[in-house]
Design a binder for this molecule. Sequence first.
Ligand SMILES: Nc1ncnc2c1ncn2[C@@H]1O[C@H](COP(=O)(O)OP(=O)(O)OP(=O)(O)O)[C@@H](O)[C@H]1O
Length: 340
Amino acid sequence: MHKSYERIIIGDLLHKYPFAAGYFEQNKMDIKGHEDKTVEEFLDRYTDEEREEWAIDKEKITSDLNHYIEQMISFLGLDKDRVDSITILAGRDKAGNPETFEKLTIHSSEIISIVGPTGSGKSRLLADIEWAANKDTPTQRTVLINGELPDKSLRYSTSNKLVAQLSQNMNFVMDLSVGEFIELHARSRMVENIEEMTQRIIDAANDLAGEKFDLETPITGLSGGQSRALMIADTAILSTSPIVLIDEIENAGIDRKRALNLLVSEEKIVLMATHDPSLALIADKRIIIKNGGIHKVMETRAEEKSILSELEKMDLIISKMRSSLRNGEVLNHKYIKGEV
Ligand SMILES: Nc1ncnc2c1ncn2[C@@H]1O[C@H](COP(=O)(O)OP(=O)(O)OP(=O)(O)O)[C@@H](O)[C@H]1O
């Protein structure tokens, strides 16, 4: 089993698995005041010397943590009906040639990006997963859930959907406030503690959005970034679908890394088609699509992860230039040097 609970924000981890507190206590990890960090970030605070002095073995601590939580989940019977993995079995590309991989298994809390030229078949792959393809789509692929062919009723079930789609454009037409919108959604999901849920969702959404909004804001008045943040928080916290498919997240008005972390912390399997290098590198693995077929599956390397922060600086420069242009300002070289 491949699980990475160390990448979940500690506060969320304790909310979902209160028994995790026992692990931290046993290992003398004083997490108080660090609930907003992931376990990984908590451990990374130590310097090399401190690690040596107190014999802190990050790898061992995280692998034991994952093992402990898995055991408790199984012991408490929390694993019934859970989707732990999806497996894609190879089909054919547009020319009818067999795909050059045999099978690909993706586990919950993993982020996979799908890259490839325009028209190469990225959305088709997402659609195959949503449909739980069984050699009955143009690609002839097969999708397994927990290693098995899923029941066909999944395709038509509205309450038990396998996949939540996050599309690029959220055009709200309803005349509702943000609070009413979340409440409507929570009621349709038959959630008991609606007030608490609503608060969690708005807090999470505000954590992701550049500009804050509240429960009274009309949804038609939300900016693009705010509505994306609301939809992501809503999908992460309220949706029961174990798989989230994303067709690109625009890099405006939203902290995309946090957004993906939030989805992962709710144990979703996240697949996103993207043309954006930063998003592609945030993922654990990337699928390269060529002429309608899965051409390669690559792990994101440590060096690639390390250039991510440079890329983020470049993204920031571009977003500043975009907003200055929009405000009718004149650009200069200071923008490129990151001095604005
Ligand atoms: N293996 C395949 N066999 C036959 N048709 C395919 C295959 N893969 C993709 N297609 C078809 O090719 C077309 C383009 O694919 P798709 O829309 O998925 O591309 P895309 O990579 O998402 O493009 P964009 O980057 O522009 O969004 C679609 O009509 C899709 O059904």
